[in-house]
Design a protein around this ligand. Structure first.
Ligand SMILES: Cc1cc2nc3c(=O)[nH]c(=O)nc-3n(C[C@H](O)[C@H](O)[C@H](O)COP(=O)(O)OP(=O)(O)OC[C@H]3O[C@@H](n4cnc5c(N)ncnc54)[C@H](O)[C@@H]3O)c2cc1C
Length: 540
């Protein structure tokens, strides 16, 4: 009897133990699967409805006009959101554009019916830049033809074309000269924010534009370039879609250079020295990326410098197609786990530092002509063809927000010291941090009136009101320290800044808005972002 009771207790314990282990395995498996999953749909978590206390939503139209049946409506009414998932906005309707004539007709319809027009591409901006309450939105993604003039080393692109598709078309002979550090954006969206990326010599997209054709608010079409109609050029580039619709841009293209990849770890504070002694004098370094640690042990202190040194102008014959990023699920899990705290942030840094180099994809075979020994060789199109699919997830109650702060070069160390302190003393997880190099940018609403370094941050938040309040406080603290060091913040992101911060960063804003009204007296082109910066600048 006693023996039987013992056996019963033992088997009950075994059963319990097995249930706990089984449960843990099941929970772990489910959790990993959840963290590894790509988006099942866009995030659509409501709207941050004010800027510096000024309400952004507008009343619905009292007498909405009937929809013109000759326009290609992909939505009549409904809401749009952007990559933040926190800009849900009711619009009048969305017209899908694939021909220039569609734009002219849509503008005429809007003018005749007193509607505002917003220009939208991939909608990766994060503060209602591509739509507005009650606006007629032009969806330009299918207005995307690309032609290449190999002799002139240019391409002429319609604005909906994505860098990703353009690269596939240019490869293996040519490559894009200037774009963001990832390839997911449209040309129109990139010109409108004067985007910049990994080519620290080429600088921003402005420097690669030979000519643009632009449709103004009255439907007329004009051309502009750095040397022709320069005033319009300086306002359309970095003009957030407020001056006209870019119909076409002729952009420089460059050789699909072969690079030897290498990386080293430096102290973040030594970056200005590294730039002056290594990057700036060495014109063979074609691309550069400075990735900062976000692990608590060396938070924003250590930096992996990825560099790409030119070894040949073009790849050898038979270069394979560019290929897509691999290990997406695993990378997504590592990034998502990093939101869980110190241990996982350290794990992320460990994989970046030690494991990633072992899995590097060397796409160019070494030839005797290149004589590069054991080097890993890639073409320019390889590192620039990153669609970062691992950044996009299916975690619907949280979102990841981009920030960028431009700092005059001499102020970098002082700035990063203070930014580090601010970021350490708050609890939103910093998922990624990198440093870029930008030149003086001569456009009307410039983020770099002098040569600068920039700090790019990718920060996670819950999509609820508390998450947004914490992000707002953090954004303002980072903007304040940027301004203190003579810098500016990048405008494609969330509308968390105050009037004082906006005008301190962009003292030329009132002049920019005045020129907007010269080109567009009825303010046909609008967006939530436009109304926000206008309200903050005190313009009636
Ligand atoms: C994950 C991530 C990484 C990023 N990395 C970088 C980076 O490395 N470097 C960088 O500079 N930026 C970066 N950005 C910011 C990005 O460059 C901008 O948000 C860009 O505008 C997005 O392009 P889009 O095609 O999504 O444009 P949208 O968001 O659709 O539109 C952006 C603006 O362009 C205007 N616009 C669109 N088409 C036209 C047109 N044909 N004519 C006139 N105006 C037009 C819109 O009205 C709007 O104001 C990043 C953003 C995210 C989310």
């Amino acid at each position: 009897m006693v023996e039987e009771q013992k056996a019963f207790r033992l088997s009950r314990r075994l059963l319990l133990g097995a249930a706990v282990v089984g449960g843990a395995v099941l929970w772990g498996g489910n959790t990993v699967a959840r963290l590894a999953r790509g988006p099942s749909g866009p995030k659509n978590a409501g709207r941050i409805a004010d800027i510096d206390g000024i309400a952004l939503p507008l009343k619905p139209l009292a007498n909405a006009p009937a929809y013109d049946p000759s326009l290609a409506w992909s939505a009549k009414g409904g809401d749009l959101n952007d990559a933040s998932g926190l800009s849900r906005t009711p619009v009048y309707g969305v017209v899908e554009v694939s021909e220039e004539d569609h734009i002219a007709k849509a503008l005429a319809f809007a003018r005749a019916n007193g509607l505002k027009v917003s220009l939208a591409a991939i909608r990766h901006s994060m503060g209602g830049h591509a739509f507005d309450d009650n606006a007629l939105v032009l969806d330009l993604r299918k207005f995307n033809k690309v032609t290449v003039d190999a002799a002139a080393r240019t391409m002429t692109v319609q604005p909906g074309a994505r860098w990703h598709d353009i690269q596939n078309l240019l490869h293996p002979r040519f490559a894009v000269k200037a774009m963001q550090s990832t390839d997911i954006f449209s040309v129109g969206g990139s010109l409108s924010v004067n985007a910049h990326g990994m080519d620290h010599q080429a600088g921003s997209v402005a420097g690669s534009i030979r000519l643009m054709r632009v449709m103004l608010a009255d439907g007329s079409v004009t051309t502009c370039s750095p040397t022709e109609n320069n005033d319009l050029f300086r306002h359309v580039v970095g003009g957030y879609g407020l001056f006209g619709v870019v119909l076409e841009a002729t952009l420089d293209i460059v050789d699909n250079t072969v690079y030897r990849t290498s990386r080293e770890i430096i102290k973040s504070d030594d970056f200005p020295k590294f730039f002056a002694e290594v990057l700036e004098p060495n014109k063979d370094i074609g691309l550069f990326y400075g990735h900062l640690s976000t692990a608590p042990g060396n938070f924003l202190e250590d930096m992996i410098v990825y560099r790409y040194d030119k070894v040949a102008d073009q790849p050898p014959a038979g270069q394979p197609a560019i290929g897509e990023p691999d290990g997406v699920g695993l990378k997504r899990v590592i990034i998502n786990l990093a939101k869980w705290g110190s241990l996982f942030q350290e794990l992320k840094w460990f994989t970046e530092k030690t494991l990633e180099p072992k899995f590097e994809n060397c796409t160019v075979p070494r030839t005797s002509a290149m004589a590069e020994g054991e080097a890993c060789l890639v073409t320019r199109n390889n590192p620039m063809h990153d669609s970062v699919p691992y950044l996009f997830n299916d975690l619907m109650d949280e979102t990841d927000i981009l920030h960028e702060y431009f700092i005059p070069r001499a102020a970098y160390v002082g700035f990063i010291t203070e930014a580090r302190k601010i970021l350490r003393n708050q609890d939103l997880p910093v998922l990624n941090a990198s440093v870029r190099i930008v030149h003086k940018e001569d456009v009307a609403l410039t983020y770099a009136p002098e040569p600068a370094y920039s700090l790019v941050l990718y920060i996670n938040q819950p999509t609820d009101a508390d998450g947004s309040a914490r992000m707002r406080a953090l954004t303002r603290a980072l903007i304040d320290v940027t301004i203190k060091h003579g810098g500016r913040f990048f405008l494609p992101y969330q509308l968390h800044y105050t009037a004082k911060e906006l005008l301190a960063s962009y003292p030329e804003l009132p002049a920019f808005l005045a020129v907007k009204r010269q080109y567009d007296p009825t303010e046909l082109f609008s967006s939530t972002f436009y109304r926000a910066i206008k309200a903050l600048s005190g313009v009636a």
